[in-house]
Design a protein around this ligand. Structure first.
Ligand code: NAD
Length: 512
């Protein structure tokens, strides 16, 4: 592999990189255990990354605690200025980091670059937010009294991230948390540790140049253990966890046991309703991108298409034709649409699900399969497939993180919405229709029960300006835009008496 990240202490192949805890990139790990990072694109070992020990972790948390005492006193717009400079760094390294994301995670180069663009966008958003951490003022019921509500920094924010968006999810949390005055300890996915190290490197220069206290941005490497340390640690004020519903339930339980705060971004089972009033020239490409983009490994991937019965055969044939044009191959080669899934475990999951679909009575409209031979040596390339299925089958009810699309049929819109909502997850949804009544019904209180509901665009590809997240087993958290910043701060209500008497609220009298 060629050098793809021209940064100061770039990991070599296959060398030993450091499981860094601090932005200054000194190796402080006492660990001898490593994570081997293999690219699913070509199966090559990219680097070995040290795993943080419990002692490393405790040192990180102590340093973060110390940094918080300083960072919370830096004026918010000044913190925003530092985030602005980080955005500039990411602009400068967009191609290099996007390439590493694509190589380590396996998504197409376009999507890798798009992920870095999300970091840049959230930096821009956070800069503006740093001047808009608005509180409220209220009228007191007591004379010569004033009431207000203000927002203060929380403390340490633990960020646990998933492999499929190895850097963007961190930035959604970290950039907002930093302008809010918090410090961050990031535990990236053990499947994509290098991209996390690269991000620390990229922002390191900004932190150094601005004399930002060590510990504002920390990294701990490792698997589930390191995530559990964060979840159980009362020194961590907020745990923002992105990943499977299984992981989210475990984190929620551990954090609730200490009455801490969580922000959970978990699995989805997203559907597109295609009405007989749809513009199919819009719907078909949206379905295909939503189902096969990132090889079906987005939380917002389109997993179910619910089609009105009168156009069902037409939609099925168009999807078949569109899938026939999909080119699968190395994600760094821009002539391919679809890259590999993350690893052999993901391939096994895909294969097991395919068998389960067959056993349930599903019929494949586009056949599944594992690719081998030249260009597919990593063994991680699977065919995106489409199966005709029923919504209530257990296999359809769960999220399989692979490019498998279920084709479902409906007669009335009520039936379509009932199927769309009839799964345990509640992340993203959309309807394709040119009928205003149908669109508004879908967005109404009795419509989609998801955190994201779209009209005439697909389920994936959210913009950072809106609050991102979902309901039910998706966890209920909201990140990124709108007022998601409030999750990273503590609210304080203040009542000030500027008068000469001491009246009590609710007219209570108390005389000595
Ligand atoms: P995963 O749950 O296997 O791992 C995610 C992270 O959690 C990793 O860093 C892992 O080390 C850590 N972890 C695992 N078990 C833990 C535990 N018990 N306690 C603490 N930490 C633990 O998920 P994955 O395979 O990396 O990612 C795929 C999943 O993530 C899918 O379900 C996808 O829908 C979801 N996801 C959701 C969103 C969203 O915003 N809703 C975004 C991206 C991914």
């Amino acid at each position: 592999m060629q050098s793809i990240l021209p940064l100061p202490t770039q990991p070599t192949k296959p060398g030993t990189s450091t499981g860094q805890h601090f932005w200054d990139t000194k190796d402080r790990s006492g660990s001898t255990k490593t994570i081997d990072s293999y690219s699913p694109a070509d199966g090559q070992l990219i680097a070995r990354v040290n795993v943080s020990t419990r002692a490393d972790y405790d040192r990180v948390i102590e340093t973060a605690q110390q940094a918080f005492t300083e960072w919370r006193q830096v004026p918010a717009p000044r913190r925003g200025e530092i985030v602005r400079q980080m955005g500039e760094q990411f602009r400068q390294y967009k191609r290099e980091l996007g390439t590493l994301v694509s190589y380590e995670m396996g998504k197409s180069l376009q999507e890798g670059l798009g992920e870095v663009q999300e970091i840049i966008d959230i930096c821009d958003f956070a800069v503006g937010q740093s001047r808009q951490l608005y509180g409220l003022s209220m009228h007191s019921e007591r004379p010569a009294h004033r009431m207000l509500e203000q927002w203060h920094p929380l403390g340490i924010v633990g960020i646990i991230s998933a492999f499929n968006f190895p850097v963007a999810v961190w930035s959604w949390n970290a950039m907002i948390a930093w302008v809010c005055g918090d410090v961050c300890v990031w535990k990236p996915s053990e499947k994509t540790p290098l991209t996390a190290l690269a991000c620390q490197q990229i922002i390191g220069e900004v932190l150094r140049n601005n004399d930002v206290p060590e510990g504002v941005s920390c990294l701990v490497t490792g698997g589930r253990d390191a995530g559990e340390w964060l979840a159980r640690d009362p020194r961590v004020a907020l745990v923002s966890a992105t990943g499977s519903t299984r992981m989210g339930k475990a984190v929620a339980e551990a954090v609730a046991a200490r009455l801490g705060r969580t922000l959970l971004e978990l699995g989805g089972n997203n559907a597109i309703i295609v009405s007989e009033h749809a513009d199919l020239d819009l719907a078909i490409p949206a379905i295909v991108f939503g189902a096969v983009g990132t090889a079906g490994q987005r939380c917002t991937t389109t997993r179910r298409v619910i089609v009105q019965e009168s156009i069902y055969d037409d939609v099925k044939n168009r999807l078949k034709n569109a899938y026939a044009q999909i080119r699968i191959g190395n994600p760094l080669d821009e002539s391919f649409h679809v890259g590999p899934v993350i690893d052999q475990a993901a391939v096994k999951n895909y294969m097991t699900t395919v068998e389960e679909i067959k056993q349930a009575g599903g019929r494949f409209v586009v056949e599944p399969g594992l690719l081998d031979g030249l260009g597919f040596e990593s063994g991680c390339y699977v065919r995106p497939c489409i199966a005709e299925a029923q919504n209530d089958w257990p296999v359809v009810q769960r999220e399989t993180f692979a490019p498998i699309l279920y084709l479902l049929k409906y007669s009335t819109l009520d039936d379509a919405i009932a199927q769309q909502n009839g799964v345990p997850q509640g992340l993203s949804s959309s309807i394709f229709t040119l009928n205003m009544r149908e669109a508004e019904r879908f967005l109404a209180a009795s419509g989609s029960d998801c955190g994201i509901a779209n009209v005439n665009i697909g389920t994936s590809g959210a913009e950072i300006g809106g609050a991102f997240g979902g309901e039910k087993e998706t966890g209920g958290g909201r990140e990124s835009g709108s007022d998601a910043w409030k999750a990273y701060m503590r609210r304080q209500t203040n009542t000030i008496n500027y008068g000469t008497t001491m009246p009590l609220a609710q007219g209570i009298t108390f005389e000595l």
